[in-house]
Design a protein around this ligand. Structure first.
Ligand code: SF4
Length: 314
């Protein structure tokens, strides 16, 4: 017999690493194997301190800007994508650079270029300052793209030529908030060009749907992820809107047992940049105070795999 209170865990599926994050980490690891340490990485390769620290231990050096990279060492660009000027500068300096931009982000970059070639002005739905947004704005000439963060922005924007508009979105947004913003833009600008396919990526959509599927049965939900991880923050919002109290935790020692008072069924999920080892760490931490039992949760299967750069696999 145990005197620990029972706690049922519903662990969302799918959760955690997406194909883009997996590929970006693999690129740094393969670069370390091929070229030896140090390998420089511009920005956090993915938004997760645990991942960054593990790569640092293997010899990766994280910097904010290219100027901090010495000549003659390889440099990797993060999964979020970079403005065009960054690879251009790397080439000017003759640096060996590897681009770990997620192919789904690169797809948005190419769309942005095509729209500008067609003479359109782009309304970009996203969050100011996020590296993906900085990278996408850096694909087009200044002044040709306007950031739309909220439904209010969509209502307020007064473009110079409403007949020559298009919109694109960040890949890691809230599916529901974005649908609201898009509906406003389409109502206000009936001629706006709509992307051929969804820009919010499969991993973001699937993780949000997985949270919605279990939130109604949970008293509370823990989202494992970093505070600068857009898709993790969106998972907290999705859980709260679905009626579950939700908290973001970076890893096991962040679990606040007072916050869990009275909780009998706890949902757990992880953002696309949080490794499964952190999910198990959180479960172990919970098991220190609770008699935990995991209830199986079914979810869509993900088979997405992205090719690695030829330079690393040839
Ligand atoms: Fe790519 Fe989506 Fe993962 Fe971002 S969250 S790295 S866009 S698969």
């Amino acid at each position: 017999m145990t005197d620990k209170p029972p706690l049922t865990l519903l662990i969302a599926a799918p959760r955690g690493f997406c194909a883009g994050v997996d590929r970006a980490i693999r690129i740094v690891e393969l670069a370390l194997e091929r070229y030896g340490a140090p390998v420089y990485v511009r920005h956090e390769i993915v938004h997760n301190k645990f991942v960054v620290e593990e790569l640092k231990a293997q010899g990766a050096v994280f910097v904010r800007e290219l100027d901090e990279v010495p000549d003659g060492v390889p440099v990797v660009f993060s999964a979020h994508g970079v403005p065009k000027i960054v690879p251009a500068r790397a080439e000017e300096r003759g640096l060996n650079y590897l681009d770990a931009t997620c192919p789904l982000v690169s797809k948005v970059h190419r769309q942005a270029e095509r729209l500008i070639e067609q003479g359109r002005h782009i309304l970009f739905i996203g969050h100011e300052g996020h590296p993906e947004v900085v990278g996408t704005f850096g694909q087009v000439p200044e002044g040709r793209m306007t950031l739309i963060e909220t439904a209010e922005d969509a209502e307020a924007i007064e473009p110079a030529d409403p007949t020559q508009l298009a919109f694109l979105t960040q890949t890691t947004l809230s599916v529901d908030d974005t649908a609201e913003i898009v509906a406003i833009l389409r109502r206000r600008f009936p001629l706006i060009q709509v992307p051929r396919s969804e820009d919010i990526c499969y991993a973001t959509s699937n993780r949000q749907a997985a949270v919605k599927a279990i939130a109604g049965r949970c008293d509370a939900m823990l989202v494992i992820g970093a505070s600068n991880s857009s898709n993790s923050l969106r998972l907290v919002e999705v859980a709260e809107r679905a009626g579950a109290r939700a908290m973001l935790v970076a890893r096991g020692h962040d679990v606040d047992f007072r916050w869990l008072g009275g909780v009998r069924t706890l949902g757990i999920t992880a953002g696309a940049s949080a490794p499964e080892v952190l999910v198990r760490e959180v479960v172990e931490r919970l098991a220190e105070r609770f008699e935990v039992s995991e209830e199986p949760v079914e979810g869509v299967e993900e088979n997405m795999v992205f090719k690695l750069p030829r330079a690393l696999v040839a």
